[in-house]
Design a binder for this molecule. Structure first.
Ligand SMILES: [Zn+2]
Length: 88
């Protein structure tokens, strides 16, 4: 069982959290013309890296805040967590 350190509550069991996706994906700029392929890539395509990965997590059964996690996808080791307005 993983323990995840919520930046607001401290360490809690993984059961209290929900994975929220890749934190490295950038939404296309508002008002800018975007091709169907660029939009399709933004909405559907994700990398599946082995190693360090920046992720969004949601503390669903706690403070209900979203935050960022830097995690190794092969070992599940969590190196750092940060609020959304902080650098990860
Ligand atoms: Zn929390």
């Amino acid at each position: 069982m993983l323990e995840i350190k919520c930046p607001y509550c401290g360490k809690r069991s993984q059961n209290e959290f929900s994975y929220g996706g890749d934190a490295a994906v950038k939404r296309p700029e508002l008002g800018k013309e975007v091709s169907d392929k660029e939009w399709d890539n933004f909405v559907y395509l994700r990398k599946n890296p082995r190693g360090n990965h920046r992720e969004f997590w949601h503390h669903v059964a706690g403070c209900r805040q979203w935050f960022k996690v830097l995690r190794d996808t092969s070992t599940h080791e969590i190196f750092k967590t940060a609020r959304l307005d902080e650098e990860l």
